[in-house]
Design a protein around this ligand. Structure first.
Ligand code: NAD
Length: 472
């Protein structure tokens, strides 16, 4: 049997755990088990389903400490972040349990037009394919609404962080986990009994999965990459704490977050002041090192390949005339793991690869602008439209500009996870994806309307209607 061995990205000689690779036969068996469990699960009243899920949330809440250590070791994220991610995932699960019975209740009408019931029916088996950067929350944000709605789930996590999410999946009812890379993912998304596919990951895999699922007429929800602009309006007034939050909005999880602040647009007249305050805030808050060491706020990147790619982006930026500003403090031996020095780059044009493409690593470009219209046009350039932020002392002014940004989620005076809300739908526009997670829309993503209708004309005392008439 093939095994995936996952090393600790901070100490690459340490193997954190192994999972077996699931072949096509194994995927088939998992989907069939899920399909048969789903019928019984869906037949239970929603109150029973959410009670079972609440119980699972409580059991997992007692294991946050242990799971966080495992997550820190396999994904290279600081321990406090790992605790935060798992606790946030459980908060999301509880939010779903609280709201699903209302949001998914059937709408029933019985009036002069007839009797109409619109049910929110589950799809059946949902196939979920997820990435490694926030493996627990990015799985739970699919599993919780799908399960509450009466679906079963087969989850294929990333082979780069399969361990913690495997434990979480095992604690939830109606979930099968399969492991492996693209081949296992392909077998899952093209399985004839998979009725919906939920994907979070990069552009290339997203296109391939959407095409493969499309060939099966299987609907998809796609959460893809972002290249989030953060626009600082000329009146921006940031305290030291605000700058620290801004630094972490880029460098949390070593910049490997879909909605990280990835391009900073600063008024030209305030660029020097901004750069200095940003550098000073990073010196206070950004400590790169082993994720299990207290006080460390940034770990390594996920793999040697990711480290090479990000260092290549910095080198290409310098060759193009950019200036590197090294940030924070490196407390790790860079040779022990996949550590990349956190860096700000100034003096780039918008066509530089670091600006035009998603960097997904601990480096960020600072770009100067002259007018608000220019900043807006430059921020909206490109194919991605996941998140964005506007920073201003005047909230109304920030909201006015936010409404003109091509992004699925605009944060005001913050960015990244500090701006998230369990009740707000999250997802991208343009090539950042389609469909939504979180909030009521996130619940509705896993149901289809199924209607039962008795028109008044044909009920016991109805007046009848000509066989060729329209019901108007
Ligand atoms: P990836 O696309 O390489 O992999 C994601 C998952 O898809 C993994 O489980 C992988 O094994 C699987 N996969 C890859 N190719 C496949 C194929 N052809 N068929 C089936 N499965 C396949 O992404 P990654 O490197 O794990 O994650 C990084 C990307 O994810 C970034 O672009 C990031 O912005 C994006 N992301 C988006 C969100 C969001 O909510 N929008 C959140 C986190 C990450």
């Amino acid at each position: 049997m093939d095994l995936i061995s996952r090393e600790n990205p901070a100490r690459t000689t340490e193997i954190v755990g192994r999972v077996p690779v699931t072949g096509a036969d194994g995927v088939d068996a998992a989907v069939r088990r899920a399909a048969s469990a789903q019928r019984e699960w869906a037949a239970r009243p929603i109150g029973d389903r959410v009670a079972t899920l609440r119980q699972a949330a409580e059991t997992l809440a007692g294991r946050v400490g242990e799971l966080a250590v495992l997550l820190a070791r396999e994904a290279g994220k600081p321990l406090a972040d790992c605790r935060g991610e798992i606790s946030f995932a459980l908060a999301h699960l509880r939010w779903v349990c609280e709201h699903a019975p209302r949001v998914l209740a059937p709408a029933e009408t019985d009036d002069a037009a007839g009797r109409l019931v619109v049910r929110r029916a589950p799809y059946g088996v949902v196939g979920c394919v997820t990435p490694w950067n926030a493996p627990v929350i990015l799985a739970v944000v699919k599993l919780a609404p799908a399960l509450a709605a009466g679906n079963a789930v087969v989850l294929k996590p990333s082979p780069l962080a399969p361990l913690t999410v495997g434990e979480v999946a095992a604690a939830l009812p109606g979930v099968e986990a399969v492991h492996g890379g693209a081949a296992t993912g392909r077998a899952l998304v093209t399985h004839p009994l998979v009725r919906k596919v939920a994907f979070t990951g990069g552009d290339a895999a997203g296109r391939e999965i959407a095409a493969a699922a499309g060939a099966m007429l299987t609907p998809t929800v796609m959460e893809l990459g972002g290249n989030d602009p953060a626009i600082f309006l000329p009146d921006f007034a940031l305290s030291g704490d605000d700058y620290e939050r801004l630094v972490m909005a880029t460098f949390a999880t070593s910049g490997q977050v879909c909605m990280a602040a990835k391009r900073l647009y600063v008024p030209r007249a305030r660029t020097a002041e901004f750069t200095e305050a940003y550098r000073a805030a990073a010196a206070r808050v950004l400590v790169a090192g082993d994720p299990l060491t207290p006080g460390v706020t940034m770990g390594p990147v996920i793999s040697a390949q990711a480290a090479d790619r990000v260092r290549g982006l910095v080198a290409a930026s310098v060759e193009r005339g950019g200036t590197e500003v090294t940030l924070g403090r490196m407390d790790a031996d860079p040779e022990s793991g996949y550590f990349v020095t956190p860096t700000l780059v100034t003096g780039l044009d918008d066509h530089a690869p670091l600006v035009a493409e998603e960097q997904f690593g601990p480096v960020v470009p600072l770009l100067s602008y002259d007018t608000e219209e220019e900043a807006l046009t430059r921020a909206n350039a490109g194919e991605l439209g996941l998140g964005a932020s506007v920073w201003s002392a005047d909230e109304d002014r920030a909201f006015a500009l936010a409404a003109r940004l091509e992004a699925g989620f605009v944060f005001v005076n913050t960015h990244n996870r500090t701006g998230m809300s369990l009740r707000a739908p999250f997802g991208g526009v343009k090539r950042s994806g389609y469909g939504r997670e979180y909030g009521e829309e996130g619940l509705l993503e896993y149901v289809q309307s199924a209607v039962v209708h008795a028109p008044a004309a044909f009920r016991r005392d109805g007046a009848g209607m000509s066989a060729t008439a329209y019901p108007v």
